[in-house]
Design a protein around this ligand. Structure first.
Ligand SMILES: Nc1nc(=O)c2c([nH]1)NC[C@@H]1CN(c3ccc(C(=O)N[C@@H](CCC(=O)O)C(=O)O)cc3)CN21
Ligand SMILES: CC(C)C(=O)C(=O)O
Ligand SMILES: [Mg+2]
Length: 267
């Protein structure tokens, strides 16, 4: 395990070498230290913390102040992993707001990259952020911040028009300067095709094993959300043992293409 810090360039190099990228969410310094020691490549301060930590039924109530606070907690515990923070609901409603929000996540929180949900309508925002030195991760497929329009956490990209939109948005986001792409809850074949087409790494969640990397919510893969973890998750604590062993098993399974398996993909 290389101890040198993960950068945007090293993630691109991992993709070029065919090495899969292991990503987990992280909201605090204790877990940040543990995940960093274990060699996780990227830690995401996901707005999923609104559901996992705060008990809300969606990510919509999460505020920028809360994201800045958790990002600062995580960066104090991380030294090798790249730290990516979600821009929460409404914090990137205009390009100017996105710039101010990203500035806080980076300057106060210490994030090295920000993530935003959406495609075509956010291209100008991504270009502006990138121009100002903010690395951007795009997030397509299921966009949980739009749950009130979607009517639930539904799988995306099943029909031709929806798949076409995701394909187009993925390329457009790369062209706009995004350094990373998260694809959530899309068919394995679509995610595989996008990962092959794009030069930037594609990180899947509920998107099959053929992505360049995988991301899960830490509490889901530790089996701490019984009955609530999405079907695409796997309980890496099920064999018993310690949190660190479960995290080690997750990283190995991602690296070796053993996660997700068919039962965590076809549903
Ligand atoms: N704990 C947790 N894990 C996540 O993966 C996660 C969050 N929270 N919060 C933010 C988003 C929301 N996500 C979710 C949340 C729920 C489902 C879910 O319940 N999926 C159902 C299928 C629902 C359907 O098809 O209508 C499943 O059984 O997996 C999926 C993704 C993914 N993210
Ligand atoms: C599930 C990941 C991709 C996320 O956006 C989050 O944790 O908020
Ligand atoms: Mg999120």
């Amino acid at each position: 395990m290389s101890a040198s810090p993960i950068t945007v360039a090293s993630l691109a190099a991992m993709k070029a070498r065919g090495e899969r990228i292991a990503v987990l969410t992280c909201y605090d310094a204790t877990f940040a230290r543990l995940l960093d020691e274990a060699g996780v490549d990227v830690m995401l301060i996901g707005d999923s913390l609104g559901m996992v930590l705060q008990g809300h039924s969606t990510t919509v109530p999460v505020t920028l102040d809360q994201m800045v606070y958790h990002t600062a907690c995580v960066t104090r515990g991380a030294s090798r992993a790249l730290v990516v923070a979600d821009l929460p609901f409404m914090s990137y409603a205009t390009p100017e707001r996105a710039l101010e929000s990203a500035a806080r996540l980076m300057q106060e929180g210490g994030a090295q990259m920000v993530k935003l949900e959406g495609g075509e309508p956010y291209l100008d925002t991504v270009r502006l952020l990138v121009t100002q030195g903010v690395p951007v991760c795009a997030h397509l497929g299921l966009q949980p911040q739009s749950v009130n329009q979607l009517g639930g956490y539904r799988f995306q990209g099943r029909d031709h028009a929806s798949a076409e939109r995701i394909r187009h948005d993925a390329l457009a986001m790369q062209d706009a300067g995004a350094s990373l792409l998260v694809l959530e809850c899309v068919p394995q074949a679509l995610a595989a095709e996008i990962a092959r087409t794009l030069t930037i790494p594609v990180i899947g969640i509920g998107a099959g094993v053929e992505c360049d990397g995988q991301v899960l919510v830490l509490q889901d893969m530790l089996g701490l959300n019984p009955g609530r973890a999405p079907r695409f998750s796997r309980n890496f604590m099920a064999a018993g043992g310690a949190v660190r062993e479960a995290v080690d098993a997750y990283i190995s399974a991602v690296r070796e293409g053993q996660f997700p398996g068919p039962q965590e993909t076809a549903y």
